[in-house]
Design a protein around this ligand. Structure first.
Ligand SMILES: *Cc1c(COP(=O)(O)O)cnc(C)c1O
Length: 356
């Protein structure tokens, strides 16, 4: 009896349409990391059917797999170029997001070798200090415009570092720096907002928005009601229920002790399935509409819940993720973010795609 992970492709498509409708420019779909762990092979075609035309992967391998699924889409990779990869980008019609002067040089050399102009996007670093051309790099490009010969810069993009905190000082500061840096490339369109950035108001609208998380049901406006549809449902059948006397412990290292005679339900999901050990003595599952607490340590393949107060039986499902208790809520119990819950979802679940 394995746990069942249901992924609602209809809800993902509806989330994309909802974001696209509130945005003035084009809306892309970010499908890096196997579409945030939920399955790029199923999700990318569903997004394309909903009208999405531009897709972002992180890595070349992801982009090549995506190209097989979507022959006509614009596909870009966020992690930049690397030596000896330019020919593969060209062969599979992948648009690199150039994020350093070295990337620019590599793509320029590829274009020169082919004797043609090649499309690209330029990542401008406006404060994340992770990837992207710095102010010094931009000065270099102004001094030596020949470095850009053969490059057709379709977009300049930048990434917000605190878009989930609407009143963070970094938001207006990054907006200003992006406008200044982008002015150096008057022929290029602009792309700034991720999911949360799309909710920061009209100033943050650009030619191309790049939502990922919100497509998959994560809340782009933490602290306020989630405007997105729930996408993921994870349920695990109860393997056994045991009676535990008051004073007895449950699980490794006896971190939980029964204060009363208790009924403990064991499920076959553990940290090897991305049900993080940090959830020990902290998470909840749902039995129908009633929350039941996780007790004791999460182990590799098992977790235990106190079901004393509900009429649960072996074989009944406990809902680990669902509309009551989404990835953001489980993340809060684990001390992480919903992104990490989704991208860690295990490979042992039975996966079922619904709503297509
Ligand atoms: C991951 C990523 C996104 C999507 O971010 P979400 O918060 O998931 O919407 C957009 N742009 C860049 C550069 C990214 O790395």
């Amino acid at each position: 009896m394995t746990a069942l992970l249901e992924i609602d492709l209809g809800a993902i498509a509806a989330n994309w349409r909802q974001l696209a409708a509130m945005h003035g420019g084009e809306t892309a779909g970010v499908v890096k990391a196997n579409a945030y762990g939920l399955g790029m092979a199923e999700i990318a075609p569903a997004l394309a059917k909903a009208g999405c035309k531009t897709f972002f992967a992180a890595q070349l391998e992801e982009a090549v797999n995506l190209r097989r699924l979507l022959p006509a889409a614009r596909i870009a990779t966020l992690n930049g170029l690397f030596p000896h990869a330019a020919a593969d980008f060209f062969a599979h019609d992948i648009t690199p997001v150039l994020s350093s002067l070295r990337d620019v040089e590599l793509w320029h050399a590829e274009a020169a070798g082919l004797g043609r102009s090649l499309p690209c996007m330029l990542h401008l670093d406006v404060g994340m200090n992770r990837l992207g051309l710095t102010a010094r790099d931009l000065a270099r490009l102004r001094e030596t415009p020949a470095l850009l010969a053969g490059l057709r810069i379709d977009y300049v993009l930048a990434h917000l570092l605190a878009s989930d905190v609407p009143d963070h000082d970094a938001n207006p500061a990054q907006l200003r720096r992006f406008a200044e840096a982008a002015a150096q490339f008057p022929g290029a369109k602009r792309s700034l907002a991720n999911s949360s950035g799309m909710f920061l108001g009209p100033d943050f609208q650009t030619d191309l928005a790049r939502p990922g998380a919100a497509l998959y049901g994560l809340n782009p406006i933490p602290g306020r009601a989630n405007p997105m549809r729930s996408v993921v449902r994870l349920s695990a059948p109860i393997l056994q229920i045991r009676e535990v006397a008051a004073g007895e412990s449950v699980g490794y290292n006896a971190t939980w002790r029964a204060a009363r005679a208790s009924r403990i339900a064991t499920i076959g999901v553990g940290y090897a399935d991305g049900y993080h050990r940090a959830l020990s003595n902290a998470a909840h599952a749902y039995f129908d509409d009633t929350p039941v607490p996780l007790v004791g340590r999460v182990s590799m393949d098992l977790a235990t819940f106190d079901v004393t107060d509900v009429p649960a039986n072996p074989g009944d499902p406990l809902l680990l993720l669902g509309p009551h208790h989404g990835a953001d809520a489980l993340a809060a119990e684990a001390g992480t973010i919903g992104y990490e819950i989704l991208t860690a979802l295990g490979r042992r679940y039975q996966r079922r795609y619904i709503g297509a």
